[in-house]
Write a protein that binds this ligand. Structure first.
Ligand code: ZN
Length: 177
């Protein structure tokens, strides 16, 4: 299974589930039963700017848990790995996985990341809509200019814009010639 990752539209957040080792190493990927791991940096820089030693290969059996993480430095709840399926208790973040995470398990851990990015996603949407409004406003000014050039009255333009004649005149008489 590939390491699944997700990225926000503004590129500021990229989330993925990483293997966690008791000594602090985090997984960067895996193949078969081999997990690639590194110490993450701890000075607040992006999680993936690893600088504390080389990447090492570790057996999957040493993975002691999993954690949703984000490139911005955010780290979610640590899910401790238990030895048997009977010990699994998802309500207290104790999870069983024989080897690599299943897609369902990955989805479950990423719910927390989705909540982490929800404010940024909504704020980004506000920015996108604001840009659309600015563009639309510019196109409206151009249309008003064409309307005036074609001989339309301020009365007619005001009616089309759903504002008073006076408002239309104040808003556009100086910028449309
Ligand atoms: Zn983030």
């Amino acid at each position: 299974m590939d390491v699944m990752s997700r990225q926000t539209d503004d590129g500021k957040h990229e989330g993925f589930v990483t293997a966690w080792f008791p000594d602090g190493m985090l997984g960067t990927g895996f193949t078969g039963n081999t997990v690639f791991a590194r110490m993450p940096c701890t000075d607040g820089r992006k999680l993936h700017d690893y600088d504390r030693g080389e990447e090492v290969e570790r057996p999957d059996s040493e993975v002691a848990g999993w954690q949703p993480v984000c490139e911005c430095g955010w780290r979610g709840s640590l899910w401790r790995r238990v030895a048997t399926e009977a010990e699994q208790d998802l309500t207290v973040y104790r999870a069983y996985s024989r080897d690599s995470l299943s897609d369902d398990f990955d989805e479950m851990l990423m719910v927390e990341w989705e909540q982490h990015i929800a404010p940024a996603t909504a704020v980004h949407e506000v920015a996108l809509i604001t840009a659309e409004i600015r563009d639309a406003e510019q196109r409206r000014v151009e249309a008003v200019t064409r309307a005036r050039a074609a001989g339309a009255s301020w009365e007619a333009i005001a009616q089309a814009a759903n504002i008073t004649r006076q408002s239309a005149h104040e808003r556009w008489s100086k910028i449309t010639r």
